[in-house]
Design a protein around this ligand. Structure first.
Ligand SMILES: NC(=O)C1=CN([C@@H]2O[C@H](COP(=O)(O)OP(=O)(O)OC[C@H]3O[C@@H](n4cnc5c(N)ncnc54)[C@H](O)[C@@H]3O)[C@@H](O)[C@H]2O)C=CC1
Ligand SMILES: O=C(O)C(=O)Cc1ccc(O)cc1
Length: 362
């Protein structure tokens, strides 16, 4: 494939995409960021082939332009793009977490626009967190605009194929409904739980007790506030609808507790467990591709460095590490996260060969 690609916004998502697109032979990936230091870093890290000083000039040379900026900035850039002297046949796309407002903005463009949302990421942001394998096995949603033909969609799919993501075409409204349920509204829950902890004034020791469960459920509250401000305001109606559903759910749960019926309460948890346990495992249909490996470990000094040392010797990278529980004399659970299922399998084999500890995939 021979093409000139311009990625605008070189943070976690733009940086990861730019790096992955370099897997195509013959493609030149130019990158632009409003923050000149980020653009310089991206170039030095080999994430982009070139860092053009003029956005307008770089845009005029591109066959594909991908906006990977916070969705508020993306809408403004799309407005500006009307004044750029773009190539005939150029395909514009984005990576934003919302699609309806973006696609409304696309209605006013004279050029082909196909909305995009790679549904993989993390609570981290910035070019330093970018990885070319970020989108492997994740869904990548496309929302074609009115000027996009089947051939144009195929062209963009061809470009994105090297990300190894699973590409699906959806209507923008359907996308925003589903992401409100599984991503946007849960983000508000995470943030609100942290606020609730912060307001706890009676027992100042409470936050010291915030253990695995609280950390798991609130991890995404550490994400970039600007990005989430934009997502929340752009998908406000769908999120408010989820909030109404949630309040109704809480009312029912409150009633269940007030009734103090142990059987009904157990049934509530049982039903939730069944649904949760049957969710597709990450990388095979879930939103985000992180491949977790659970290892039962004793609470002895040096155990974590011993295990991660074996992985380092076998050149297996981990993307995250956490301990679910450790108490004296009791085995704890170390959870190691890997970027790919192959890495997880290699780690599992490595521990089976080199240690006596059980490791398993939940
Ligand atoms: N973080 C995540 O896990 C995911 C994010 N997304 C979406 O991808 C987009 C980018 O998100 P991240 O990469 O996480 O954000 P980020 O904060 O890591 O990177 C955004 C980059 O855009 C640059 N930028 C901001 N305004 C700009 C402008 N007007 N012109 C040029 N550059 C500008 C910033 O300097 C920054 O380097 C957002 O729309 C987000 O909704 C999609 C999937 C996952
Ligand atoms: O870290 C996580 O689990 C995320 O929620 C990452 C994420 C953020 C925004 C998206 O549109 C998609 C994925």
């Amino acid at each position: 494939m021979k093409a000139q690609v311009l990625v605008i916004g070189l943070g976690l998502i733009g940086g990861s995409l730019a790096k992955a697109l370099q897997r195509h032979e013959g493609i030149h990936v130019a990158g632009y960021d409003a923050d000149a230091l980020t653009a310089r870093k991206a170039f030095k890290m080999g994430i982009i082939h070139s860092s053009p000083p003029s956005l307008e000039r770089a845009a005029s040379e591109a066959d594909f332009i991908i906006f990977a900026t916070p969705v508020g900035a993306t809408v403004k850039l799309m407005e500006q793009s009307k004044f750029w002297d773009l190539k005939e046949g150029v395909i514009l796309s984005d990576t934003g977490s919302t699609k309806q407002v973006i696609m409304e903005a696309a209605e006013n463009l004279q050029h082909i626009f196909i909305g995009g949302h790679p549904m993989a990421g993390s609570h981290k942001s910035g070019v330093e967190a970018a990885k070319d394998v970020l989108f492997e096995n994740a869904f990548y949603i496309l929302t074609p605009g009115k000027l996009a033909s089947e051939a144009n969609i195929s062209q963009l799919k061809g470009l994105l194929s090297v990300t190894k993501a699973k590409i699906e075409v959806l209507a923008a409204a359907d996308h925003d409904h589903m992401t409100a349920v599984v991503s946007h509204f849960p983000h508000l829950i995470a943030a609100s739980l942290v606020h609730q902890l912060d307001k706890e004034s009676e027992y100042s020791f409470t936050r010291q007790l915030a253990a695995g469960g609280f950390r798991d459920i609130t991890r995404i509250a550490s994400s970039d506030p600007v990005m989430w401000r934009d997502i929340t305001t752009q998908n406000k109606d769908m999120i408010v609808e989820q909030m109404d559903n949630w309040m109704e759910e809480m009312q029912q749960l409150k009633y269940l507790l007030e009734q103090n019926d142990p059987h009904a309460i157990q049934q509530y948890f049982h039903q939730a467990k069944m649904v949760r346990d049957e969710l597709p495992i990450a990388g095979h249909g879930a939103l985000y591709s992180v491949f977790d490996l659970y290892i039962d470990i004793p609470d002895v000094p040096g155990i974590i460095s011993e295990l991660t040392g074996y992985l380092a010797e076998e050149q297996i990278s981990i993307v995250n590490l956490r301990i679910l529980e450790t108490r004296e004399d009791v085995f704890g659970i170390l959870v190691l996260s890997f970027q790919t299922s192959e890495d997880r399998e290699r780690a599992k084999n490595c521990f089976a060969r080199r240690t006596v500890y059980d490791s398993y995939i939940s």
